[in-house]
Ligand binder design. Structure first.
Ligand SMILES: *Cc1c(COP(=O)(O)O)cnc(C)c1O
Length: 361
């Protein structure tokens, strides 16, 4: 028995399960399990990565000024109130580390991102799960769970794996009703896929205890680079920068993200292709008796009669080289989460599920 023991809570952390990317014995798989951009990163981001190779002997910028300016430009935000992290996961971690500790409670919702309880435990805090209502975040359930010990509330908008939105009025009501001593985190990993949604930026401007997090991993197609950011009151950003390592983002990652955020044409292309194919995919599957909620993201959550049918469908898709995501771990055993791929991928999904349901492909 090793006599050196970890801090309380560490061994309660369940290791994160990533989306599968291989099927034994099947070649040419299409991975639709991690909500990645099927078109890859912007060609300009690829070029920036190549160009960065010549200066890899240099340490990167510690203040990310250039990337923050580019993000501020695109979204109309004050760059001084932006903090960048190794994926938005790191920004979420900064928030937990800075604002929660042993004895504190961190609220997340039933089908919320599985990183929230992990991050809460990493900080020594206690994660508290709140039920949702028909795959939608229920603000009243969150408020009912708030105690004197609550320090952080994590909500995802739009949600993963639900793909549903929290109505604007509900988000505002939550911000208004939470104690000002409690940090409200709006995780906007999929915000770019929603027309006319600011990701929560206006709420950040109104409430000093609200932070919005965003990522380059989804619509920007840079999941492998690990870049995310947060936008909050200056007082919060000043705190988060103290728990951030000075060289957290590599020179290559900074260059890739900056080039990506400046490439508006590519962003528009990815947005419109996703919107078009998402509608087609969910409509075709609904026709063959596989419904999903109207998605606001780059994936759909399809529902089956029961857990057995969902698992059987997943098994069949695997034999066809199609990897989707089981979400029983998110308390959605009857469902599968399918990333909206390119046209070919969506066509193959519909054809395969048609065969699975007993129809002609
Ligand atoms: C993908 C995702 C993120 C992004 O994580 P990164 O660390 O930025 O790659 C954050 N939150 C949710 C809900 C996600 O689905």
């Amino acid at each position: 028995m090793n006599k050196i023991t970890p801090q309380p809570g560490i061994m309660d952390i369940a290791l994160y399960q990533g989306g599968q990317s291989h099927v034994a014995g099947v070649e040419h798989v299409i991975k639709l399990s991690s909500n990645e951009n099927p078109f890859g990163p912007s060609p300009k981001a690829i070029e920036a990565v190549r160009d960065s190779a010549a200066t890899l002997h240099r340490y990167p910028s510690t203040d990310h000024a250039s990337l923050r300016a580019a993000i501020g430009d695109r979204h109309g935000l004050d760059p001084a109130r932006i903090v960048c992290g190794v994926g938005s996961d790191e920004v979420l971690q900064f928030a937990a580390q800075a604002y929660a500790g042993p004895g504190d409670e961190v609220i997340y919702t039933e089908h919320g991102f599985s990183m929230y309880p992990i991050i809460a435990r990493m900080a020594g805090a206690t994660p508290v799960m709140v039920p949702e209502r028909d795959r939608h975040v229920d603000v009243d359930n969150i408020l009912a769970a708030v105690t004197e010990q609550t320090r952080i509330v994590f909500v995802t908008n739009p949600g993963n794996p639900t793909s549903t939105m929290i109505p604007e009025a509900d988000l505002l009501r939550l911000a208004e009703a939470l104690p000002q001593t409690c940090l409200m985190v709006i995780d906007g990993a999929y915000a770019e896929f929603v027309d006319g949604f600011d990701g929560g930026a206006a709420l950040v401007d109104r409430f000093e205890n609200v932070i919005m997090t965003r990522t380059f991993s989804k619509i920007y197609g840079l999941g492998g680079m690990r870049v995310g950011w947060g936008y909050a009151a200056q007082s919060i950003i000043d705190v988060l920068n103290r728990v951030r390592q000075p060289f957290n983002l590599s020179l290559t990652a900074l260059a890739a993200a900056e080039a990506a955020v400046k490439d508006e044409d590519y962003l528009t292309f990815c947005h419109s292709e996703n919107a078009r194919l998402r509608v087609w995919l969910s409509a075709e599957l609904a026709k063959i008796g596989v419904p999903s909620d109207a998605s606001c993201t780059n994936f759909i959550l399809v529902r089956f009669a029961d857990r057995a049918e969902a698992e059987a469908c997943d098994d069949y898709l695997k034999t066809q080289g199609l990897i989707v995501r089981r979400v029983a771990g998110y308390n959605l055993p009857n469902a599968l989460r399918i990333t909206v791929g390119d046209q070919e991928a969506c066509g193959r999904v519909v054809a395969a599920i048609t065969v699975f349901k007993g129809g002609a492909a």
